[in-house]
Design a protein around this ligand. Sequence first.
Ligand SMILES: Cc1cc2nc3c(=O)[nH]c(=O)nc-3n(C[C@H](O)[C@H](O)[C@H](O)COP(=O)(O)OP(=O)(O)OC[C@H]3O[C@@H](n4cnc5c(N)ncnc54)[C@H](O)[C@@H]3O)c2cc1C
Length: 386
Amino acid sequence: MNNNSIPFLMELNENQIIIRNTVRDFCEKTIRPVYMQFDESQEFPMEIMQQLGELGFMGILFPEQYGGAGLGYVEYALIVEELARIDPSISLSVAAHNGLCTNHIYQFANEAQRKKYVHDLATGKKIGAWGLTESSSGSDAASMKSTAQKVGDKYILNGSKNFITHGGVGETAVVMAITDKDKGKKGISAFILEKGMKGFIVGKKENKLGMRASETVQLTFESCEVPAENLLGNEGEGFIQAMKILEGGRISIAALSVGLAQGCLDACIKYSKERKQFGKSLSEFQATQFKLAKMATEIDAARLLTYKAAVLKDQGKPNTKEAAMAKLFASEIAEKCASEAVQIFGGYGYIKEYPVEKFYRDVKLLTIGEGTSEIQRIVIARDFLK
Ligand SMILES: Cc1cc2nc3c(=O)[nH]c(=O)nc-3n(C[C@H](O)[C@H](O)[C@H](O)COP(=O)(O)OP(=O)(O)OC[C@H]3O[C@@H](n4cnc5c(N)ncnc54)[C@H](O)[C@@H]3O)c2cc1C
C-alpha cells in the first residue's frame, strides 16, 4: 500500500478564521432562532439560502468572474462544518448546491454554458439540483434507466430520478441519462435542465426522518425537450463526470459529519455541567467524562481526515481514497456521537426542545447519501488492491 502522506497539523490562516467566524455569527443570529420551524414544516429556507448567497457561500468554489467566492475545499469544508454545528439540514443544502449541481456545471461546461448558468447559481439567485439516483439504481448508479435520445437539435429525455435534493425549488438541474445503452457506463451523458422545460415534471416531495428543511423530490421526464447545446462535455462522459463530482462531495459530507458531531459535543458539555443528579452535575461522573472524551477524540480524528482530504484536493493531488475514508469515518462517528448525546441528555434528549433530538434524526443521512458506508469501503479497498 502506497502511503506517502503523513498526518499533518494545519493552522487556519487569517482569511479562513474570518470565514469561520462569519458563518458562526450567521448561524447564531439567523439560523439558530428558526431552524426548528423549518424542520417541523419541511419548508425550504429560501430566504436563508439567499442570505448565504450574499455572503458568498452559494458559490464557494467558483472564481469571482462567475459570481463565486474563489475559495478552495478547505474553506468549503469549514463553511459546511460550521453550518452543520447548528443545522445539518441547511448545511446539506449548501453542500448539494455548491458541490453537486454548480460544481458539475463549472467543472465540465463549455464557456458559453458556464456564462449562462454558473453566475446565477454561485450568487444564490437560483438553486441547483443534481440527478443521478433512480428508483432501481442507487449505489449501482450505472444501472440507470433514464434515456436521452438525440432528435435534431434536441435531446428527448424519458425516465425519472429519485431523492433529488432541491428537485422542486431548484431552477437548474444536472441530470444523467443513457445516450447509448450498448456502451454501459460509457453510454451515460450529463445534461443541464431548466425548470419549465417541456416534459420536466416535479413529483412527490419526500416526508423525511431528518434533514427536513433540505427538500428531497422525485423528478420525471416525459419526452422532456433539452436543447443539444445543454449536453455537458461529450456524449458518454456523464458517468465519469458524476463520479468525479461525488469524490468532492464526499469531503463536504465528511465536513458536515464533523460539524454535526461537534454540535452534539458542544450541547453535551453545556448540558452535563448544568444537569444535576445524586447531588452532582453529570459532568462530575467519570462515566460522563469518558463519553465526552471519546466523542472529542473521535471528532478530532474525523476532522483531521476531512481536512487532509480537502488539502489534497486543493493541491490537485489524488484524494479518492482519502475523501472516502473521511466520509466513512466522519459519518460513522457522527452517528455514534448523536446517539451518545441523546443518552447523555436522558429523557430530555428525546424531546424536540433540546438540540440533540434533531441531530439524532439528521445524522442517519450521512452514512447513506453520496455513497453509503459500504460503498466507501469498496472505494477504499479498491484503491489499495488495484
Ligand atoms: C435525503 C437524501 C438526499 C439525496 N439527494 C440526492 C441527490 O441530490 N441526487 C442524487 O442523485 N441522489 C440523492 N440521494 C440518493 C442517495 O445518494 C442514495 O440513496 C444512496 O446512494 C444509496 O442508494 P439507495 O438508496 O438506492 O440504496 P441501495 O443502493 O439500494 O443500497 C441499499 C443497501 O445495500 C447496500 N449495498 C448496495 N450495494 C452494495 C454492495 N455492492 N456491497 C455492499 N453493500 C451494498 C448499501 O450500502 C445499502 O446499505 C439522496 C438520498 C437521500 C436519502
